[in-house]
Design a protein around this ligand. Structure first.
Ligand code: TTJ
Length: 658
């Protein structure tokens, strides 16, 4: 990077900063710190929350800046390191942040960026600010919420350094502290989250960091993202390097690795129109559910939006046209529906937009109307070309959609039959359900219990005022492996649907849910884990709003009973057992519970159902992709990955609890 160019960029950046600074703040010190103080007072206004989720936002905020520099073509690699004490380091090999003075504030540009709210707005000089306003709150917010933060910049053989403490108080202005290799260039930020703000936890989740960095590497073709977690045990320590030249094409292959693809090539398209960049990849597998993930500026737009609509329109239009032109559809045949065309598809749609508008309940629905046409035309043209050039794969795809169409009509008939029946039996609750007396959903709970004997204990042990019991006989149907009409015929599934009372799929109405806690209670063994996964898969596919609403829980029965004379204690983990053993001393009797059936009604109440003593794990699907991966792995036909998964994750509920 030439000195001249860097100066230019720096001036441009300073101009941008000036606008923001004069607009919102005077250049007085006090007001600057007032800004950061406001962040500390009401952090929830600037980051999602101060829970573990908000903690991770700090990392993403900083990483985004490095990605901007890489997307602008100046950096190749971004490294993320978690130290033993949960200090985060993010380093890029870009131009290095500007080290000059900002005229307006009279302070270094870096100090300005890290102490003035939103000063980082257009920072990085790239065409798109990757976080696009969803959590793109700026580096100053991270500084405000850190116990300390320091910045190092390397360029032209020099190292510059500045450190802030206690939420953004500069220790000493930016200064050149020494020399470095003349070839070295880049920016490094280290910070320690403030435990007085993040009162729940300041411990980062290894898997969360790793998975998001991998995802960012898929979404930003070619960029190298490295991850190193110093907290890992020596044997487990791994230097992760994520770099995917194939971008979304490799993402689809990655998502399909536990599935069986039905055609060879991933359909891939990319292009740009009117300043919008579009990348789409998809491939069909032998399953029945679509898995469509959409992103705008690297943010997972879980509510979909115009990019998803554009994809759907093009898929439907091009498949029908090809099917007609090539006589797969006869004149009298109806068009294939959009759902038919999506059966078994894994698709990723990613757009980069200079001015994204987000809508929806959680502001994760892309609203820019022009994006619909842009995605539709770019993806449509390349899909059409793919079908023309690959007639064998085209045939497989069209036949899959045709089968889906036939199954859809059969399912519709079956659903209508079910609905007629339930209309006749008006609100007849399933016979196996032992309902609670309360009709107030907000305090009512339903325990879904594996097996009849445990069901009996649960029924006797419960508080019938607010606790209902629904025993399930044996295994429930795997909804990943069955089409809809078979699912609606299944007795266990039907009894859950009637008991919950809120309907399913697009007819769902969560306000009609009869219990605000749906508790899965299975044995603490492999079979129990399997049943739990089957249930979660069903909830995920058919009752997603209930799952997202946080109404689904997993009961935690104890693993051990420890007895000494009359005194009885229960241990829910091996660690707890050790603690209890240490407390109680010798001459104790330890019983390991293999199943719920080994507990009598009173024990089950005391240990697992009594709100005073029990532990419930709330299932929240923050990341649909990871949940789906787990599900398809656990449910799929590929035996090998499943075996590995079960061996590695004996307590895999935690892994579903994402
Ligand atoms: C701005 O214009 C002059 C040359 O450098 C441009 C720039 O901003 N580069 C830049 C910023 N590279 N990397 C960053 C950066 C990296 C991290 C990890 C964190 C932050 C806040 C910025």
């Amino acid at each position: 990077m030439s000195e001249e160019k860097n100066k230019n960029e720096e001036m441009k950046l300073n101009e941008e900063l000036d606008i923001t600074v004069t607009h919102e703040y005077s250049d007085s010190d006090i007001q600057v710190l007032d800004g950061l103080e406001a962040v500390r007072k009401r952090p929830g206004m600037y980051i999602a929350s101060t829970s573990v989720k908000g903690l991770h936002h700090l990392v993403w905020e900083i990483v985004d800046n490095g990605i901007d520099e890489a997307m602008a073509g100046y950096a190749t690699t971004i490294k993320v390191i978690v130290d033993k004490d949960n200090v985060i380091t993010v380093e890029d090999d870009g131009r290095g942040m500007p080290t000059g003075i900002n005229e307006k504030t009279g302070k270094s540009t870096i100090e300005t960026i890290f102490t003035v709210l939103h000063a980082g707005g257009k920072f990085g000089g790239g065409a798109y600010k990757v976080s696009g306003g969803l959590h793109g709150v700026g580096a100053s917010v991270v500084n405000a919420l850190s116990e300390w933060l320091d910045v190092s910049v390397y360029h032209d053989g020099k190292e510059y350094y500045v450190k802030f403490v206690n939420g953004g108080n500069v220790v000493e202005p930016l200064k050149m502290i020494g020399s470095c290799d003349s070839a070295k260039h880049g920016s490094k930020v280290r910070f320690k989250a403030d435990p007085t703000i993040f009162t729940e936890t300041t411990i980062y989740e290894h898997d969360t960091l790793r998975d998001r960095l991998r995802q960012l590497a898929f979404l930003n073709k070619g960029i190298r993202l490295e991850f190193f977690d110093e907290r890992e045990e020596e044997e487990k320590k791994k230097h992760y390097v994520f770099q995917f030249a194939g971008g979304l094409k490799e993402y689809v292959q990655y998502l399909n690795k536990n599935r069986t693809s039905i055609h060879e090539d991933v359909i891939y398209s990319e292009g740009h129109e009117n300043g919008i960049q579009v990348e789409v990849a998809c491939q069909y597998n032998d399953g029945y559910n679509p898995n469509v993930y959409t992103f705008c500026n690297n943010i997972n737009t879980v509510e979909g939006g115009t990019h998803e609509e554009g994809f759907r329109l093009a898929l439907n239009r091009v498949i029908n046209k090809y099917a007609r032109d090539n006589n797969f559809l006869k004149e009298k045949d109806d068009n294939l529906t959009s759902d038919d065309c999506k059966e078994g598809i894994t698709a990723i749609i990613s757009v980069k937009h200079p001015d994204p508008q987000y809508e929806g309940q959680t502001k994760t629905k892309l609203g820019n109307t022009e994006v619909r046409k842009t995605v539709s035309s770019i993806f449509g043209a390349q899909l059409e070309r793919f079908l023309m050039e690959n007639p064998d794969q085209a045939k497989i795809i069209i036949e899959k959609a045709s089968l889906a169409s036939q199954a859809r009509m059969a399912a519709k008939k079956a659903r209508e039959a079910t609905r007629r029946k339930s209309a006749l039996e008006i609100s007849a609750l399933p016979g196996k359900l032992k309902d609670c007396l309360s009709k107030d959903a907000s305090i009512s709970e339903i325990y879904i219990v594996e097996g009849n004997s445990a069901g009996g204990s649960a029924q006797k042990g419960r508080d019938s005022h607010f606790q209902a019991i629904l025993p399930l006989r044996g295994k429930i149907l795997n909804v990943e492996k069955a089409r809809q009409h078979r699912i609606f015929e299944n007795a266990e599934i039907r009894s859950m649907i009637t008991a919950f009372g809120c309907g399913i799929l697009d007819e769902i109405d969560v306000s009609k849910l009869r219990y605000h806690k749906i508790v899965i209670m299975t044995d603490a063994d492999v079979d129990g884990a399997h049943i739990r996964t089957l249930l979660l898969t069903f909830f995920y596919r058919y009752l997603r709003p209930v799952l997202e609403g946080g109404y689904i829980y997993i009961a935690q029965p104890p693993l051990y009973k420890v007895q000494k004379g009359q005194a009885v204690r229960y241990a829910y983990t091996d660690k707890q057992l050790e603690e209890i053993k240490a407390e109680m001393g010798d001459r104790i009797a330890i019983q390991r519970y293999k199943g719920l059936g080994e507990m009598d009604a009173e024990q089950l109440w005391e240990t697992t159902m009594n709100p005073e003593n029990r532990t419930l794990i709330r299932v929240n699907i923050g990341d649909a992709e990871a949940a789906d991966q787990n599900f398809s792995m656990l449910m799929g036909e590929e035996v090998e990955p499943r075996k590995n998964f079960i061996v590695e994750n004996a307590h895999f509920v935690e892994n579903l609890d994402i």
